[in-house]
Design a protein around this ligand. Structure first.
Ligand SMILES: C=C(CC[C@@H](C)[C@H]1CC[C@H]2C3=CC[C@H]4[C@H](C)[C@@H](O)CC[C@]4(C)[C@H]3CC[C@]12C)C(C)C
Ligand SMILES: C[S@@+](CC[C@H](N)C(=O)[O-])C[C@H]1O[C@@H](n2cnc3c(N)ncnc32)[C@H](O)[C@@H]1O
Length: 363
């Protein structure tokens, strides 16, 4: 081979590699590139062990049922998946109904804005995002409503990512991020003008514990909206296929046990909320939320090759390959959950904390 041919071949290979890794492998909102994949706050050499530890929770299901172990288990999960989510999905870690003619990004934003529109808050209001991830929804909501959003997440790596994104978006004056447990929040009673949670409270071992905390920090008369992950009225506990799909979703998404749609309003009322509205936003005429997952299949294969090569080269931590594989399988269970209609990630509930009762003079 003469030197010109060698030069051209090498240039083509380099351009091809650049395209495969940096263009195809970039995050939807350019938050993360494949070469930057990490295990969150976990040291590179410990990622594989932590992944094994994550799975051990499911080998000993009683452990997950022990409520006090759940936040640590969820924290480990988000160390493992946060970079992959940002890289392969974007900065909003949730689903939304697809909207014909609109991009995933627009459909996501519309779903987020709907939450704050339901809260009916004014610019300058202080609202809570319970389980804020890296803050995709928080930024969309702050920009749309002019409200000050305080987000809380159990995962410190997400706190740092969210703060960095807030600053980059010029929204750090409106958006604040706190590292903490939404089952015991570091906020004073009656201090928020509204609250929302998007696909986050499903991680709570007892819904009552997170709803009562949100109730405590809300000012009387203010509203709370949540998009909940639940099994629907079509789910049958005696159908082995249904059970397999739901268990697959629980294992791949760090869930201590999916709840039935019936439990949501019951718990909200139990902690003191008035339920104003409840609706499965996935029901027709909404278009399927799972088409985005299904359409991504070719990209997942490409991602898997990319992650395997990067781990082999020592650029990505070894355990990332297993985590990616787990997500690959989970995507399939989620799709089956959506297609069969036995599962929804967007059972919406809107509630109000009642106005304080005026003490009667005879009391
Ligand atoms: C609300 C939660 C998370 C919901 C979704 C944001 C994530 C659920 C499954 C995730 C993914 C599955 C497949 C991945 C794919 C194999 C990879 O190449 C790129 C990232 C995925 C698409 C990833 C992205 C995020 C999800 C869709 C839960 C945890 C309560
Ligand atoms: C699927 S993500 C959704 C994030 C965000 N709502 C979004 O839509 O982008 C779930 C979030 O809930 C948070 N979370 C789960 N359990 C928590 C807990 N006990 N305390 C605080 N945050 C928690 C996770 O850390 C993560 O940020």
């Amino acid at each position: 081979m003469d030197s010109l041919t060698l030069f051209c071949t090498a240039s083509l290979l380099a351009a091809g590699l650049y395209w495969f890794v940096c263009v195809l492998g970039s995050a939807e909102q350019k938050g993360k590139h494949a070469v930057q994949l990490s295990g969150g706050s976990i040291a590179k050499e410990k990622v594989q062990d932590k992944y094994e530890q994550y799975w051990s929770f499911f080998r000993r299901p009683k452990e997950i049922e022990t409520a006090d172990k759940v936040p640590a288990f969820v924290d480990t999960f988000y160390n493992l998946v946060t970079d992959i989510y940002e890289w392969g999905w974007g900065q909003s870690f949730h689903f939304s109904p697809s909207i014909p003619g609109k991009s995933h990004r627009d459909a996501t934003r519309i779903h987020e804005e709907m939450a704050v529109d339901l809260l009916n808050v004014k610019p300058g209001a202080r609202i809570l995002d319970a389980g804020c991830g890296v803050g995709g929804p928080m930024r969309a909501i702050a920009a749309h409503s002019g409200a000050n959003v305080v987000g809380i997440t159990i995962n410190e790596y997400q706190v740092n990512r969210a703060r960095m994104h807030n600053k980059k978006a010029g929204l750090d004056k409106l958006c604040e991020v706190v590292c903490g447990n939404f089952l015991q929040m570091p906020f004073k009673d009656n201090t928020f003008d509204g609250a929302y949670s998007i696909e986050a409270t499903c991680h709570a071992p007892k819904l009552e514990d997170v709803y009562s905390e949100i109730y405590r920090v809300l000012k009387p008369g203010s509203l709370y909206v949540s998009y909940e992950w639940v099994t629907t009225e079509l789910y049958r506990g005696d159908d082995p296929e249904h059970v397999e799909v739901i268990q697959g979703i629980e294992r791949g998404d760090a869930l201590p046990g999916l709840r039935s749609y019936k439990d949501i309003a019951e718990v909200a009322e139990k902690v003191g909320f008035e339920v104003i509205k409840e609706k499965d936003l996935a029901k027709p005429p909404a278009n399927p939320w799972w088409t985005r997952l299904k359409m991504g299949r070719i990209a997942y294969w490409r991602n898997h090759i990319l992650v395997t090569v990067l781990a082999w080269l020592g650029i990505a931590p070894k355990g990332v390959v297993d985590v990616h594989e787990m997500l690959f399988v989970t995507a399939d269970y989620l799709t089956r959950g959506g297609e069969t209609g036995i599962f929804t990630p967007m059972h919406m509930i809107l509630c109000r904390k009642p106005e304080s009762k005026v003490a009667s003079s005879s009391a």
